[in-house]
Design a protein. Structure first.
Lengths: 269, 383, 155
């Protein structure tokens, strides 16, 4: 059953993406690990699985970044501060930020994919001395589609983090790289022997990124991605989110690529 | 299937009056008693008050896409296989209210309906159905998250199994190792074997639990003798010998998981109507969907869980579109899940060999034939 | 003092190149420097020289009347600018403009084409290196076309 949460703030990131800060009205859900998702309930409309984009640590609110693409997500992005929303979870697997201790970390984010990665980036930067080189490659459709601009700038100001950004379509003012995010991979200069890559974005973008990472010598067992499938329960009971023999809500959404390499490119699996 | 040579401990024999007394005793103890009844040309599971409600002297003739009831030459009460219903409609209900929520100002107040689950008793559960219930137990209450509605009902269910004497042509429980004899420890409280000849109409009854033994002790019975056991054993042996369909065994899982582009998927995809009958009649299919409804006044809402099927286009819908747009992809998902992925997920096959999907498919698709075609054709990668 | 030949052989795209061939193609090369905003070449011009960016950012642009300049792609350190020198009619299909100070190696296209014709080993060495480059550019262009981040349409 969902727990009621109160919306504290709604920030419009782009034309159809909003970030909601929320706090529990009564009981809280267990603290989500980076990469986990919750089922958000919009009163009378329904639930949608949404990755947590900010963990409620040190007094911070629980944060979700939502793109309005259907009845439920649109209802959520149109909530006002003070209104209540139902939250269930957290569910799913986490980004391997614990296991990747002492590794170089390469984040590859496409579009809205930066949202599920953000808690992992924050965790790594908060524990910076436990990791080697840290790089984030971020690609969006256009400059107006970028998420978390202020935070990206803050990260860039940390001199020991590399942030590279590119857009598919430039506008008049964009002075940065133009082209797909995979173009950034050969230039990222990472050492495949010591790097763990965390990839998140539309499935096509993840497929191309993995090919580029593989060309650069990164093994599949140090490549992680976050999958998305239809979900109604989030608990492995409704059967919808199956991807091969795995339930994306239980064995995913974060999955190590070697586990799914054999079916990732099979049509309509 | 080797026969045990000793009379199982606690065995006893019930007459027709004993069976009637069993049904009445269960009802008296507050159980909803569900058993086979004839309705609309099929044998389905519904409430029964006594032996008179059972389909005496009826049998079923089943083939791919075919089901008819016919008269028997005797008055057997359980002389048929399985029909379109399975016990899952009483355990994993087709429709279930999960919660109600009221909106008061900006606040949401959630409320779960607290109706205690009713006691039920199932009369006439076949070995394949016991296996199916065990499979659904694993799926719905064996993992980290439990379907609490199912678990609540399941704990209040008394199972009276019946050993099959007359398998249908669509049955293949022997090759799935789930029947035709209900194995000791497979979950029944009592198992009956119908012993009918010119001289008697009785049931060998074996207890499978303390509750079952206590119930038998309460009923009018006579002690079982070796001849009863031999007669019961013959029923099971004859049933096993009359099973003519088989699911391929070795290499089935690997063949299905390793051949997602096998030409046979296109072939069956061209025949399959995507009507979802197979998932409705299958006793292990468990997929559900959630529906959220709001009241007209906008202040109340509720959530209902309903049976769903992987054959619908909506089932794999993610924003922007359906993942499995083609019928061949959805059929592949159903069959590969049932016969292969289920092993990885739950340590067992999802199929119990009941044959319902074969009989109730309007175009007569036979899961055993499809499986065989893929296993055989895989070295060439085509049908 | 760096020799031009050493600079050429240091470039990633020429890794593993036979030093003889390296010397030959260096004969077609010279150093360039472009100020920010300067054009390396214009659309429609004869592709006389192609460039290997040693340092800096270059934008490939298309302009058409009434529409603003569109940036197709940006290329950076170690990338090759321009493939049109490889096939007739040897004319550039876009503008290339320096975004920053750009240091580049320019290769005389007809000089290099002649050397490839004279010695098939040189031709093959070039083909082995430029073909994968073109293929991955094409794949990247496909992905750009797909508009993967765009609003999904119903299926």
């Amino acid at each position: 059953m969902p727990l009621p949460y109160r919306v504290l703030a709604v920030h419009q990131d782009t034309a159809d993406v909003a970030t909601l800060d929320m706090e529990p009205v009564g009981a809280a859900i267990p603290e989500p690990k980076p990469g986990q998702f919750t089922m958000l309930y919009a009163f009378g409309v329904g639930e949608a699985p949404i990755s947590v984009s900010g963990a409620p640590v040190n007094g911070a609110p629980l944060v979700h970044t939502v793109r309005g693409v259907g009845a439920v997500s649109n209802a959520i992005t149109h909530l006002h501060p003070g209104q209540e929303i139902g939250v269930r979870g957290p569910y799913g697997t986490a980004w391997p930020v614990e296991q990747a201790d002492s590794h170089d970390i390469l984040f590859v984010a496409g579009g809205l994919g930066l949202a599920p990665l953000r808690p992992a980036v924050r965790h790594v930067l908060a524990n910076r001395d436990r990791y080697g080189r840290v790089s984030l490659l971020y690609g969006t459709r256009g400059p107006e589609d970028m998420l978390y601009r202020e935070e990206l700038t803050d990260w860039r100001r940390m001199l020991d983090v590399e942030i590279e950004v590119t857009v598919d379509h430039a506008d008049r003012t964009w002075r940065g790289a133009v082209g797909v995010v995979t173009n950034l991979i050969p230039r990222a200069g990472f050492d495949p022997a010591h790097t763990t890559a965390l990839v998140c974005g539309p499935e096509v973008m993840m497929r191309f990124s993995i090919m580029a990472l593989q060309s650069a010598g990164l093994p599949f067992d140090r490549t992680y991605l976050s999958l998305e499938r239809s979900m109604k329960c989030g608990m492995g009971l409704c059967g919808r989110c199956q991807f091969g023999a795995d339930f994306v809500c239980k064995e995913g959404a974060v999955m190590r690529y070697d586990r799914i390499a054999h079916i990732f490119t099979v049509r309509e699996i | 299937m080797s026969a045990a040579h000793a009379l199982p401990p606690g065995s006893t024999v019930l007459g027709l009056d004993g069976l009637q007394a069993l049904i009445e005793a269960l009802a008296a103890r507050g159980h909803d008693v569900i058993g086979p009844v004839e309705r609309d040309g099929a044998i389905v599971y519904d409430h029964i008050a006594g032996v008179a409600d059972l389909p005496a002297g009826r049998t079923d003739r089943q083939e791919a896409g075919f089901y008819r009831l016919e008269a028997r030459s005797d008055g057997a009460l359980f002389g048929y296989a399985v029909g379109p219903h399975s016990w899952k409609r009483y355990l994993h209900r087709p429709r279930e209210t999960l919660f109600r929520v009221r909106r008061v100002g900006e606040e949401l107040a959630f409320d779960v309906p607290r109706e205690p689950p009713k006691r039920t008793a199932f009369i006439g559960v076949r070995a394949c159905e016991l296996a199916a219930i065990a499979v659904q137990d694993k799926v719905l209450q064996g993992g980290p998250y439990v379907n609490t509605e199912y678990a609540g009902r399941r704990a209040q269910t008394f199972l009276v199994a019946v050993n099959c004497g007359d398998p249908a042509a669509t049955c293949f429980c022997t090759s799935m190792d789930t029947g035709p004899r209900a194995r000791s420890g497979s979950g029944y409280d009592i198992v009956l074997t119908e012993l009918l000849d010119s001289e008697r109409h009785e049931f060998l009854a074996e207890p499978g639990s303390d509750a079952g033994a206590a119930m038998l002790a309460y009923l009018p019975t006579r002690p079982a003798v070796a001849a009863d056991w031999h007669a019961a054993d013959a029923v099971a042996t004859q049933a096993a010998a009359n099973m003519h369909r088989h699911m391929p065994g070795n290499g089935l899982k690997e063949a299905l998981q390793g051949n997602p582009e096998h030409a046979r998927w296109d072939d069956v995809g061209n025949r399959c109507l995507s009507c979802a009958n197979c998932t409705l009649v299958c006793p292990t299919c468990f997929c559900t969907t959630i529906e959220d409804h709001s009241d007209l006044d906008g202040q109340g809402a509720g959530r209902v869980r309903r049976w769903d099927s992987c054959f619908t286009r909506d089932f794999s819908y993610v924003h922007g579109g359906t993942v499995r747009t083609q019928t061949r992809s959805r059929y592949r998902q159903w069959m590969t899940h049932k016969l292969a992925h289920w092993w990885d997920q739950f340590g067992t096959s999802g199929c119990v060999g009941c044959g319902r999907c074969i009989a109730w498919c309007p175009v007569g698709i036979d899961i055993t034939a499809e499986a065989a075609a893929i296993v055989e054709g895989q070295s060439h990668g085509d049908a | 003092m760096e020799t031009l030949e050493r600079i050429v052989l240091e470039q990633k795209i020429f890794a593993g190149l036979d030093p003889d061939i390296g010397a030959l193609i260096t004969g077609c090369a010279r150093n360039h420097h472009f100020e920010p905003g300067a054009y390396l070449f214009h659309e429609g011009e004869e592709a006389k020289e192609f460039f290997l960016v040693r340092h800096g950012d270059v934008a490939l642009e298309i302009t058409s009347p009434g529409r603003r300049t569109l940036v197709l792609n940006t290329v950076h350190d170690g990338d090759i600018v321009g493939a049109s020198w490889l096939c007739p009619p040897y004319r550039w299909t876009s503008d290339a403009r320096a975004r920053t100070h750009v240091r580049a190696l320019g290769f005389d296209a007809s000089c290099l084409r002649d050397k490839c014709d004279e010695d098939p080993r040189v031709g093959y060495a070039m083909m082995k290196r430029f073909t994968p480059l073109m293929v991955s550019r094409l794949q990247a262009a496909h992905m750009q076309l797909l508009d993967v981040y765009g609003r999904p349409e119903g299926v």
